[in-house]
Design a protein around this ligand. Structure first.
Ligand code: NAP
Length: 262
């Protein structure tokens, strides 16, 4: 499939690689292999411009990523170009470094309104429930229903959940447009969710494609292998790859295009 592709039946067209933005907003309570410094404003502006020049149109953020949403609201130029994905349910406190979950429908509305303000926009392309891992329990709380109501009200174009279980991913795709699942060379347990999406024209976003930076040491080119495997799986819409390194971004896009046969 080509580098630009539909995200299920959402009507959104996305690049096969999207930009993950944890590292522009949060450096506490993350599990990357090495410490990093959150980039300053000019570096973030350059990274986003580079992503756009390389053909990316998808950017992923969340209230749980510290200052990520707020910084994108200030630094992302050309709103119309971007498909913005954000989330609800996990809250992160920058000062204490603590995170907690609130999946209540009331919080969904407050959180989406805050995301609209922080991201400096009047619509969100895709909002996902940020699951704590108990996917099926979360689905019983009405969180996704509340997001679907906001979709009907025109504030959101597509809804879904970032899941951690196969049953959670499948249940999400029966009630919403998109599931964000983990898939990498060391973790293929959630592929049945991708297969379901392929069969039912639903959207799939992939997280942790590079195992959050813990790339295999025994493979000559683990980045290319990862991209070939994931983008060769029918049903995958886009890989949300987190990087703040311009060389990595360029390499990832070149290799993703190669994996798409371009
Ligand atoms: P990832 O994309 O698998 O890995 C990111 C790590 O890989 C970074 O430390 C990055 O370091 C490194 N990396 C990227 N390209 C590389 C390359 N070519 N060579 C070597 N290292 C490379 O994992 P992630 O950041 O955990 O997840 C990606 C995105 O998914 C996040 O930013 C976020 O948007 C989303 N996410 C969502 C959830 C959720 O529950 N919804 C959970 C986790 C993540 P450099 O910065 O040095 O390139």
């Amino acid at each position: 499939m080509s580098f630009m592709r539909p995200l299920g039946n959402t009507g959104l067209t996305v690049s096969a690689l999207g930009l993950g933005t944890v590292k522009i907003g949060r450096d506490k309570g993350v599990k990357y292999p090495s410490a990093f410094t959150i980039p300053d404003d000019p570096a973030v502006v350059d990274l986003i411009a580079q992503a756009r020049d390389l053909g990316l149109n998808l950017i992923d953020t969340a209230p749980a990523y510290g200052r990520s949403e707020e910084r994108l609201g200030q630094l992302l130029r050309d709103r119309q170009h971007w498909v913005i994905v954000t989330k609800v349910g996990e809250e992160f406190d920058n000062d204490s470094g603590d995170s907690h979950f609130d999946f209540s429908p009331e919080h969904v509305r407050t959180s989406v309104e805050r995301s609209l303000k922080r991201l400096n926009t009047d619509y969100l392309d895709c909002v996902l429930v940020h699951s704590d891992g108990n996917d099926l329990d979360v689905l019983k709380l009405g969180t996704l229903d509340a997001l679907n109501d906001l979709k009907k009200a025109g504030l959101i174009r597509a809804t879904g959940m970032s899941t951690k279980t196969v049953n959670g991913g499948l249940a999400t795709l029966k009630q919403a447009d998109v599931a964000m699942v983990t898939y990498n060379l060391a973790h293929d347990e959630e592929v049945p969710v991708i297969d379901y999406a392929a069969a039912h024209n639903k959207g799939i976003l992939i997280k942790k494609a590079f195992a959050s930076g813990h790339l295999a040491q025994d493979i000559a080119d683990p980045v290319q292998e990862s991209l070939n495997r994931i983008l060769g799986t029918p049903g995958v819409g886009s890989i949300i790859a987190g990087t703040i390194n311009p060389q990595h971004l360029r390499e990832n896009v070149e290799k993703a295009r190669r994996a798409c046969g371009e």
